[in-house]
Design a protein around this ligand. Structure first.
Ligand code: HEM
Length: 404
């Protein structure tokens, strides 16, 4: 198999002014009077999940089996339940505690990767763990090899380890999609020192279709302007306020230089390549040049220059100060979203609460049920193909990345 291409390197198009103004709820500085973050139930209306675009990119080889699956049930996301796994196993197993144990053993970078994994899973064919499927002979180009995912997406091994322990303790019961959702929640609370805490409704099934060609049409690129971001979130039933709240995840983790190099001035030039703070831009340029000199073709830098391993509202301060990496981050300063950015920058607990709400809402996108999904035995392979060399065995016997 030929290696997939690296993250997008094309220069960003000139930002366009937003074409619509989002409906941002009126910021209030009083704390929520209803359920606290740790036991919160979603209060937002159900997302109107849309079917994802079906046209794969021309570079993607279609799988030999049909990519179609039974039609999604539109209200499946609303039927998820907090505490779903209580009493589901033959003996007592604390499913969520097992996931949390594995997440807590990961380093801060992998924890950040787990938050992003959930986003990338939910935005492509819904929260059905399709992002976890490895390439096989039948499907050599699954989602995880799509340009936005490879090679930057990380955290897969944590999901594998949690799934292995759960399969041993409670076989055939806990979906990979739910493990991804629990892991993202646990990573959020661990990286925020428990300031972000929310209950995760569960009961998702795992999807059986995964296509690299569906990643670019569904995942917003880092050069997206405000209007494009809003459109792509709206396609998943998420509004502009959800989008602003979720973007706070960019207060942790890293980015490859190729994801923002279009915003830096060209080498040797003192001119600014964007509205990025010039001091930050110079620092990023130096860091990326240093990694290039170290034979790393695409270096990485922290997303939050100030508190890189803390999931906090510093991100919004960075947006206001123009000290963010992506045009998509800077785009939140657009007229329609700027007031919410200021609010979250000034009232950290409001963002912590709203981030949890938006994560729960995102977790309801295009959820699979028993009618159109399965509980995978191993998160990297669909069951129906497991054990068949023709259809199901991974293209590599151990880690697919080795052969790429
Ligand atoms: C608003 C549109 C978004 C865009 C355009 C975007 C784009 C990106 C890009 C380009 C990276 C760097 C990848 C790399 O080069 O290594 C990244 C990292 C990350 N994103 Fe986003 N993202 C968006 C929204 C989100 C959302 C909604 C979440 C989660 C709720 C999220 C969580 C993260 C995290 C945690 C990282 C760091 C991952 C790591 O360190 O492995 N992003 N994002």
């Amino acid at each position: 198999m030929s290696p997939p291409t690296s993250p997008p390197t094309s220069s960003p198009p000139a930002p366009q002014p937003p074409t619509s103004s989002p409906s941002i709820p009126q910021p209030s500085t009083s704390p929520p009077t209803s359920s606290p973050p740790t036991s919160q139930q979603p209060t937002s209306p159900p997302p109107t999940a849309q079917p994802p675009p079906t046209s794969p990119s021309p570079t993607v080889q279609p799988p030999t089996s049909s990519p179609t699956s039974p039609p999604p049930s539109p209200d499946a996301g609303q039927k998820l339940r907090v505490g779903y796994y209580i009493g589901k196993c033959a003996r007592y197993v604390d499913v969520e505690a097992i996931v949390r144990k594995h997440v807590s053993q990961a380093d801060a970078g992998i924890k950040a990767g787990l938050i992003r994994l959930f986003f990338h899973d939910c935005f492509v064919r819904g929260c059905g763990a399709s992002v976890l499927l490895d390439p096989t002979t039948a499907n050599p180009q699954p989602e995880k090899l799509g340009v936005p995912n490879f090679p930057s997406l990380r955290g897969f091994e944590v999901i594998d380890a949690a799934k292995a322990e759960l399969e041993a303790a409670c076989p055939g019961t806990v979906s990979c999609a739910d493990i991804v959702a629990f892991a993202a929640r646990d990573a959020s609370s661990l990286l925020s020192r428990d300031r972000v805490g929310f209950a995760v409704p569960a009961g998702r099934y795992d999807g059986t279709v995964s296509l690299a060609g569906e990643t670019i049409p569904n995942l917003p690129p880092p050069f997206a302007d405000a209007a494009r971001l809003e459109r792509m979130f709206a396609a998943k039933g998420l509004d502009a306020a959800d989008m602003v709240a979720l973007s706070g995840a960019h207060s942790v983790g890293r980015s490859h230089c190729s994801s923002f190099s279009g915003r830096l001035a060209p080498p040797g030039s003192n001119a600014s390549g964007s509205d990025m703070d010039p001091v930050l831009a110079a620092r990023l340029k130096a860091a990326c040049a240093a990694s290039a000199n170290n034979n790393s073709t695409d270096g990485t830098v922290a997303q939050d220059y100030r508190t890189p391993d803390e999931l906090d509202s510093q991100y919004y301060r960075n947006v206001l100060d123009r000290k963010v990496l992506f045009a998509s981050d800077a785009a939140l300063n657009a007229a329609g979203t700027a007031s919410l950015v200021r609010f979250f920058a000034n009232v950290p607990w409001a963002w912590q609460f709203r981030f949890g709400e938006a994560m729960v809402k995102m977790g309801r996108v295009e959820v699979k049920t028993a009618a159109n999904g399965e509980i995978r035995k191993a998160c990297r392979l669909v069951n129906s193909k497991a054990g068949s060399r023709e259809h199901g065995m991974p293209a590599s016997s151990s880690n697919f990345a080795i052969i790429l």
